[in-house]
Design a protein around this ligand. Structure first.
Ligand SMILES: Cc1cc2nc3c(=O)[nH]c(=O)nc-3n(C[C@H](O)[C@H](O)[C@H](O)COP(=O)(O)OP(=O)(O)OC[C@H]3O[C@@H](n4cnc5c(N)ncnc54)[C@H](O)[C@@H]3O)c2cc1C
Length: 346
């Protein structure tokens, strides 16, 4: 059996490694545009210069896996066409290309390593008193603004959004905003407009639909993500499994917390299919939200199984240490093809 894994982020890497360990007779090929594995959860560290977010992808993949560095440009009937012009035939495709990293002209998206590297370069060129705006008050924006403000207290840093930490409980949100104020971050409630004349604008609005998803023959949901059945198979193309940010998995949010268990479950269903066994419906619970606020501060918010925040949260240095451990664990899980997740709410 020929298996092609499209995309080697958290989902694709987890799926490929799990398949390599569980299915001896398959030929597994991973296609990814970059020879690096990008730890997206650390891109704000890369921008601020407090950490790195890339590591060689080959080191993340099981030795049985073939790696092709290219983009998939087209999905056909049992074949993908690569940016190199090469066609790659598959019996099963694991679709894991994530979401798009687009941002308005003149701003830098927080979702991709190339833009993060350019934003870092730009940041290092800025002199004291220069201005930085982060657009978006979700967890990514909050992490980015606090990282930049911590590393560069000489800059004038602000965050613009209609709401801040909307997914957190009132207590956790209050703590996050207190930390931002203590770092000197200006908090501006409202819509960002392109006439903002900040020296650097970081775009932290959640990723849109990947262009390959928009142009592929795979059926999509109303938001444009690949529609899947309970076994994480494309509803239009049963020889395709879709996982991670590019898949429309009911109840999921764009996160590693969802992408890694989805990838493991899809790989297991593919193995069952290869053995002629019935698939197992995907199910998982969320456990919380982890927000770093610089390297020495953070907030950990516990969740109900349906991802609603509970009243329990903690902050400070213990939260920063906890978040760091979670980031390290995501790499271990992807490299080993392991997923740790509780079954979903009934
Ligand atoms: C700054 C930041 C902080 C975050 N923090 C957290 C957090 O704390 N916790 C959490 O759970 N989530 C967090 N997220 C979200 C999390 O990173 C994503 O949900 C996760 O990366 C989704 O995994 P994925 O494998 O679906 O996509 P990705 O990790 O984006 O991987 C997709 C892969 O597909 C490749 N690809 C793209 N196009 C093609 C193509 N045409 N052909 C082949 N390959 C292609 C990409 O290059 C990439 O390697 C954060 C995101 C950002 C940006």
């Amino acid at each position: 059996m020929k298996i092609v894994v499209a995309g080697a982020g958290y989902a694709g890497t987890t799926a490929a490694n799990r398949l390599a360990r569980k299915i001896d007779e398959a030929q597994i090929t991973v296609v990814n545009p970059s020879p690096d594995f990008v730890e997206r959860v650390r891109l704000h560290e890369m921008i601020a210069g407090s950490g790195s977010a890339t590591r060689p992808l080959r080191e993340m993949l099981h030795e049985r896996i073939d790696l092709v560095v290219a983009s998939i440009e087209e999905i056909g009937d049992g074949v993908v066409t690569l940016s190199t012009g090469q066609d790659l035939a598959f019996d099963r495709l694991v679709y894991a290309v994530g979401s798009s990293n687009e941002a308005p002209q003149g701003t830098y998206a927080l979702g991709g390593a190339d833009q993060a590297a350019r934003a870092h370069e730009k940041l290092t060129e800025l002199g004291a008193g220069a201005t930085v705006t982060v657009v978006g008050g979700g967890l990514t924006g909050l992490e980015a603004v606090s990282e930049v403000a911590t590393v560069r207290p000489d800059l004038s840093v602000c965050i613009v959004s209609e709401e801040f930490g909307a997914s957190l409980s009132d207590g956790a949100r209050g703590r996050v905003l207190d930390v931002l104020r203590s770092l000197g971050v200006e908090i501006v409630t409202g819509r960002w407009t392109p006439d903002d004349d900040a020296d650097l604008v970081l775009w932290a609005i959640a990723g849109g639909v990947h262009e390959l998803t928009a142009t592929s023959p795979l059926a999509v949901d109303a938001a444009g993500r690949v529609a899947v059945d309970e076994f994480l198979r494309s509803t239009s193309h049963p020889n395709v499994y879709a996982v991670g940010d590019g898949a429309a998995v009911p109840g999921a949010r764009l996160s590693c917390q969802a992408a890694i268990p989805q990838a493991a479950a899809a790989a297991d269903n593919l193995v069952r299919e290869a053995k002629g066994e019935a698939g197992k419906p995907f199910s998982m619970s969320f456990v919380g939200q982890n927000v770093s606020l610089g390297r020495a501060n953070g907030v950990i918010q516990a969740s109900h199984r349906n991802d609603e925040p509970t009243r329990f949260w903690f902050g400070g240095r213990p939260a920063a240490l906890f978040k760091e451990q979670v980031c390290r664990a995501t790499v271990r899980w992807a490299r080993s093809g392991t997923a740790v997740a509780l079954p979903g709410p009934r």
